[in-house]
Design a protein around this ligand. Sequence first.
Ligand code: ADP
Length: 478
Amino acid sequence: MLQKLQSETLKVLFENLSYNGGFPVINPATEQELIRLKTSTLEDIDAQIEACKRAQVEWAKLSAKSRSVFLKKWFQLLVEHTEDIAIIITLEQGKPLVESRGEVAYGASFVEWFSEEAKRAYGEVIPAPAADRRLSTIKQPVGVCAAITPWNFPKAMITRKAAPALAAGCGMIIKPSELTPLTALAVMELAHQAGIPKDLLSIVVSEQAAEFGVVLSTDPRIKKISFTGSTRVGKILMKQASDTVKAVSMELGGNAPFIVFEDADLDAAVNGLIASKFRNAGQTCVCTNRLYVHKNVKEAFVAKLLNKMAKLKVANGLAADSNLGPVITMAAKHRLEAVIDQALQEGAKLLNQPKKRSGRFVEPVVLDHVEQSMAIVQQELFGPVLPIITFEHDEQVLMMANDTEYGLACYFYTDSLQRIVTFSEGLEYGMVGVNEGIISTEVAPFGGIKESGVGREGAKQGMDEYLETKYICLGGLS
Ligand code: ADP
């Protein structure tokens, strides 16, 4: 791996971190070991929490403008190291290099955005109900925070949490996924180079995810935990966090419907669907999970879709022409194979002829004759598998689209203003893409309802997750 990096800083970092007795980080494309890392210990994490507590007090005393300057410097370093970070993401996570570069830019955009928002943590003056009082609110940092992040966006999920935390005056301890710790370590190193104190923003790496999760969600010195990952683990962390009544932000699973109405621009819808479904080999929580297409346009739509899909190349993400890299683990591949087999047994039909691939590569699969009641419709697929359900009436498709415990993202394509309003308001999701398949941006609130999560990331709402509102009643005036 080291030979592929340009930056001396990052080369030295990984040379120092390489530890033969540690746990391996595997390249999912080649299944080869990239490096072995020393695992953090419970003593390490205890010391880091204590150090963060002290550092946070000093950090919170800085002016918002000073904190903003540190974040801007971090942003610059992230941008300057785009190519190296992109290579690290592709090596440990598998996505095509062009997508990794996109993730570096997307991840850095949160640092830039919150460097600006740092200066806008406004309180309010409230008209008092009595003449002898003056009422106001101020915003204050929640304190020491913890973040647990997933492998599918090893950079962006860190900056989307750390940047608002630091902007607000909080400290943070981050535990990245054990599958993709290298990007996190690089991003952290650049934060420290930008002058952000090591004690204030630190990282723990370990394969013992559950054990570290207990510490980060129960230690009373930690006031907030922010998690991105599965709904299953999110529920565990929320339960654990309840003993100390910690604030929580949870970005959990999704089951995004993608609806194509008969009045849709079919070419635009195909492009939107391909971007939404096959990005990161289908491994994002906002990826389309199920396609609903009106029966009158189904044939035309599917023909266009298959035509475009035939051009998608599944290959090592380092190859210039790769559109889909591998899935993250063999277990993920086997889970997808089992889901497809079950759908076929329940009556679904393959619409394309995906080649069997070795290693962790999975060719895109399209399944027709899928019914709403099938297991494949009710679970988050997290892979390049697309089930198609045909519909006839608007009320029917709205009901089917909402028929899930998840509520993260959804998409629909139509030309009708009436439908745009009815479905934007009627779909029970935190985010709606109307005639658009890619909707994430640092300036808009990202997050879900129902079992997809609690809280919002990015946008002005993202800062509030790391701020407390304090009400001050000034009385006894004449
Ligand atoms: P995914 O299914 O996408 O891998 P997970 O929810 O399993 O999502 O993982 C997301 C993050 O949660 C990773 O950093 C992982 O190490 C961590 N994790 C997994 N299990 C637990 C747990 N029991 N407690 C705390 N964190 C966990």
